[in-house]
Write a protein that binds this ligand. Structure first.
Ligand code: PEP
Ligand code: MG
Length: 535
């Protein structure tokens, strides 16, 4: 493997490889050209980067989304919205309430959270540089302290989403340039690879990036992300928190209308390509109002009747371990009608697209299932809605496999599933018992330093236990349905080392953040070429 190079050296290598394999005077084959370029080199030319030795490094966090960002510090999402110049949003961790600020910031820096945290997943989905879990930073109301050094809000910092460096001041960066040879190289990759590459996209805008980057469908639309805007968050909160059927029904109606439009945008972008829509999977802590803020507001007598009701509901729904609490299909069992509403919204959008002359292809996916009965029940809800829409051609209904139990009872699940998609973020979290939001700060670096772990399993899929569960899940699922389509939609789907292991385990496709699609295309081609060379 070629060691990482500067952006310009990587660009030259790509141009030369493509030139050597082009035209009547080609001296190497397309496959040889593909093998000359490392996935690191390709990634390097796709993002802005700081070159040369790092300067003014204040601290280092996790390189959570590659790229170079320079901007002045803002400490909350509203200030980011008001800013008139480039800003870097600095938060302890992010939640749906921060998304409007994340969207306008040029970079995101968090002091907590790992590679599968909210900030990391959202930033990667947008191709926005992010450094997460930079522990040396303390956030105050108008400044930050970085290992004791004070930096005011409004001062400029630079963050490197690849190395995780946080640097004081303006560091010069090299801009990613448009290199036409990349499209040629990737078209050769598409001829060579043996698995499909899809994208994780939640909006029409994300899907557009995915299309430009050459994906072949959406492998994961996280429908809860459609509610990450400030105006929409209260709707999902009122659905989750409501005690009265009337309030719940009103929220469900609002959700249905909003989702109909969002699904429509996505289906239009992805016309004639499969779109896997995952029904709601909101980890409650990301979607509930901040209990502490409500308690403080109550103490200041600032809550009206609705606010007090919200406080009571937030207390009632609060969980100690929300990532393993009322999430995924479990929430649908306690909120009857939720999944039916989403399927209705999806079918409304499908009907809209058909009426507009489009060719929508949808697949419906159920998250966090752990048993055949749980999946069979959820499947029935979906089928009951589908039956009322005979005009919609067949829709596949599948499940995520993201708990160790699901992998072990994959034969039971396969009886009720038309496809599987491995959620390796949760599968990693639950196999190791490592909280995906917490472990990477205090424990991971220590474990890597002391060589208790060979690699961060949220970055490279664990080659022992997690991949073994994937392999067993595939084997057991296909023992019931030999042709069961199987993909991966965890963040590992965009990591070349992980893709290699996942392909060997037998997956048909990987689905990754839209900006990572080109790298996944090249990685998949190289894996196929190596396998053919070894046959
Ligand atoms: C996963 O767990 O791998 C997954 C794709 O789902 P999410 O990250 O939304 O939990
Ligand atoms: Mg998951």
């Amino acid at each position: 493997m070629t060691p990482p190079q500067s952006l310009s050296d990587a660009a030259t290598a790509i141009r030369q490889a493509v030139a050597s394999a082009s035209g009547p005077n080609a001296t190497i084959s397309h496959d040889e050209a593909l093998m000359r370029i490392s996935t690191d080199q390709l990634e390097r030319v796709l993002h802005d980067s700081f070159e040369g030795p790092s300067q003014n490094v204040l601290t280092t966090g996790l390189g959570a989304s590659p790229g170079a960002a320079v901007g002045s510090i803002v400490l909350n999402a509203d200030d980011a919205m008001m800013a008139t110049s480039d800003v870097i949003l600095v938060r302890e961790e992010t939640s749906p309430a921060d998304v409007h600020g994340m969207n306008v910031a040029v970079g995101i820096l968090t002091t907590k959270g790992g590679l599968a945290s909210h900030a990391a997943v959202v930033a990667r989905g947008w191709g926005k540089p992010a450094v997460c879990g930079a522990e040396g930073i303390e956030i105050h109301s108008d400044h930050i302290l970085v290992n004791g050094e004070r930096i005011e809000a409004g001062e400029t910092i630079s963050i490197d989403g690849k190395s995780g460096h946080v640097m004081r001041g303006v560091i010069q960066s090299n801009q990613a340039e448009d290199i036409p040879e990349i499209a040629t190289l990737l078209s050769w990759a598409d001829e060579s690879r043996e698995i499909a590459i899809r994208a994780n996209a939640d909006t029409g805008a994300d899907a557009r990036v995915a299309r430009v980057n050459g994906d072949e469908g959406i492998g994961l639309c996280r429908t809860e992300h459609m509610f990450l805007t400030e105006e929409r968050l209260p709707v999902i909160q009122s659905m989750i928190l409501s005690e009265s059927p009337d309030v719940e029904e009103k929220a469900l109606k609002e959700l249905r209308e909003a989702q109909r439009h969002d699904f429509g945008d996505l289906l239009e972008e992805m016309d004639a390509l499969p779109v896997t829509v995952r029904l709601l999977d909101p980890p409650l802590h990301e979607f509930l109002p901040e209990l502490e803020e409500l308690v403080e507001a109550a103490a200041r007598n600032e809550l009206d009747a609705d606010g007090i009701a919200m406080l009571q509901a937030a207390r009632k729904w609060r969980e100690r371990n929300p990532m393993i609490g009322t999430r995924g299909v479990r929430l649908a069992w306690v909120k009857p009608g939720l999944y039916e509403m989403q399927v209705e919204a999806l079918l409304d959008a499908v009907a809209d697209r058909i009426a507009a002359g489009g060719n929508p292809i949808v697949e419906i996916m159920i998250p966090l299932t752990v048993s055949g009965n749980e999946l069979a029940g959820a499947r029935k809800w979906i089928e009951s809605v589908l039956q009322q829409h005979p005009e919609v051609a067949s829709v596949k209904i599948g499940t995520m496999v993201e708990t160790p139990r699901a992998a072990l009872v994959a034969d039971e699940l396969a009886s009720h599933a038309d496809f599987f998609s491995f959620g390796t973020n949760d599968l990693t979290q639950l196999t190791f018992g490592f909280s995906r939001d917490d472990i990477e700060n205090r424990i991971m670096n220590l474990y890597l330093e002391k060589e208790l772990l060979e690699a961060n399993p949220f970055q490279h899929v664990d080659a022992n236990a997690v991949i073994e569960l994937v392999r067993m899940g595939i084997e057991r699922g296909r023992s019931i349905k030999p042709d069961l389509p199987i993909g991966v939609c965890g963040e590992h789907g965009g990591d070349p080392d992980s893709i290699e292991l996942l392909v060997a385990a037998g997956v048909d496709y990987v689905s990754c953040s839209p900006p990572r699609v080109p790298v996944a295309r090249l990685a998949a081609a190289q894996i196929a070429i190596r396998a053919r060379d070894n046959r």
